[in-house]
Design a protein around this ligand. Structure first.
Ligand code: LLP
Length: 450
């Protein structure tokens, strides 16, 4: 497979210098500093359109916010008429601020806090995906107390074979998500008898990096089988069949690629061959891609700060970011293509180990090739860092989170600025400014707002 699958669609090299969306990357790094997340906006729009077109009348798709979300991203999702799936009050807030209507927001999560349940009870979020019988009972009680109706889906947990990293496998025997066989059937029965919870659909997300459309056809079949067995318990005409996300995105040039059109064609075929309409009546099929929308639209730029020999032989390069802006190599052993943005015409064949700058052995890339004469001060780009980097970033070592820059048609928009030193201390009051709580054995100690 070609490198172009890994890179943003509007990555262009001119005289050895790389640009994205018409903006020279080294110049962008100079203007906004490093590390910096750069997003090719036209690429994102194209991916959103490609998935919409692929599912067509079965759709619309729902974007998995956890992959990457800021208000600007929510605006793109809203413009594309997608739904969105969120897992926290913060993600719901970003979706709202981006203009996504409540009936297009779905709440996921294996443990939803009281504040998160409040999102559906108050109508800020249109649907909740039930993940356990405990949650079902709690929500049912709260909805009755409040006298409000809540639309819910049941998340199933089924064994569907997907070879992936165990930490991102979200279905099967070891998974913490969803309801297995008997429990799912019990949930259906409980919903049939509930006064306030309206059963609208089913959901199954099997895990990450599925490149074969066949897998999603299997998931769809499992959902239809389940619904058929419990059709009488449904409220409303239309059943939501939500087959989750996990559509693969290529990180390395040889990684497999899942084309939205192929996925769409397979799903349309399955909808016909499974005779869904005949078996369960009107339905809406939801796919929830996150990574496949945003991963390849993004690159992270770093400045090279150190180049020196390794005691064990070989050579190391250190850049000015690391596991704070991209924990994936440390967590999952993830690998990336690394490119020297002002030396694109030079062979990237000098082997080095690439480290970040955190206070530990934070290898960002185990063994990569760089141009022989890459120097301190040069800018390198990590490709395919649009997903699960910014959203998983931390402030370890009290580093400030990098900015997010949207580039399009030669214009760079800083949609999230770099955190300031004041941001770091906005909730840190010191001893004298601290909120003081005196335990009162007779009074209520319940906290508000968590
Ligand atoms: N829907 C549900 C219910 C999910 O749990 C997920 C991801 C998605 C959709 C989106 O999956 P995607 O299309 O982005 O693969 N931190 C890990 C990924 C964890 C994903 C968990 N769930 C990583 O960096 O690879």
């Amino acid at each position: 497979m070609a490198m172009s699958h890994v890179l943003p669609q509007n990555w262009i090299v001119t005289d050895g210098r790389a640009s994205v969306g018409g903006v020279d990357l080294a110049a962008l790094a100079e203007r906004f500093g490093t590390p910096v997340f750069v997003i090719d906006v036209a690429h994102v729009r194209q991916r959103l359109t490609a998935f919409s077109d692929a599912v067509g009348s079965l759709g619309p798709p729902a974007y998995a916010a956890k992959a990457f979300l800021c208000i600007a991203m929510a605006e793109l999702v809203s413009e594309a008429d997608w739904w969105i799936d969120v897992v926290s009050v913060g993600e719901a807030e970003a979706a709202e601020r981006g203009g996504i209507a409540s009936d297009r927001i779905m709440l996921h999560g294996n443990l939803k806090t009281a504040q998160e349940l409040e999102l559906v009870l108050s109508g800020r979020v249109g649907r909740l995906v039930i993940d356990s019988l405990d949650e079902l009972a709690r929500l049912d009680r709260l909805a009755s107390e409040r006298g409000v109706d809540v639309d819910v889906l049941i998340r199933l947990n089924e064994d569907v074979d997907l070879a992936t990293h165990p930490k991102v496998l979200t279905s099967g025997q070891e998974a913490k998500f969803g309801l297995v066989g008997d429990q799912a059937a019990e949930a259906a029965a409980l919903l049939a008898g509930s006064e306030r919870l309206r059963w609208r659909g089913v959901h199954l997300h099997v895990g990450s990096q599925a490149a074969d459309p066949e897998l999603f056809a299997i998931v769809l079949e499992r959902l239809v089988d389940f619904v058929e067995r419990h059709r009488a318990a449904f409220s409303g005409d239309e059943v939501i069949l939500d087959i989750g996300g996990g559509m693969a995105a290529p990180y390395l040039r040889d990684d497999p690629v899942l084309h939205p059109a192929d996925l769409g064609a397979r799903l349309h075929m399955a909808a016909t061959s499974l005779r869904i309409e005949e078996r369960i009546g009107p339905f809406r099929l939801i796919i929830e891609p996150g990574r496949a929308v945003i991963a390849n639209a993004g690159v992270t730029l770093y400045e090279v700060g150190v180049r020196k020999p390794l005691p064990s032989g070989g050579e190391l390069v250190a850049v000015d970011g690391g596991m704070t802006d991209n924990p994936r190599p440390a967590l999952y052993g993830s690998r990336y293509e690394v490119l020297a943005v002002t030396r694109m015409d030079d062979p990237h064949d000098h082997p080095v180990r690439l480290f970040g700058r955190m206070c530990e052995t934070d290898v960002l890339a185990e063994s990569i090739g760089i141009p022989e004469d890459l120097s301190v001060g040069d800018i390198v780009a990590f490709a395919a860092t649009g997903a699960y980097t910014y959203s998983m970033s931390s402030r370890y070592n009290l580093l400030r989170r990098p900015p997010v820059i949207f580039v399009e048609d030669g214009v760079a928009r800083q949609v999230v600025r770099r955190e300031s030193i004041d941001d770091l201390f906005s909730g840190d009051s010191g001893l004298t400014g601290a909120e003081v709580w005196q335990y009162d054995p007779t009074g209520s100690n319940r906290a508000e707002g968590y």
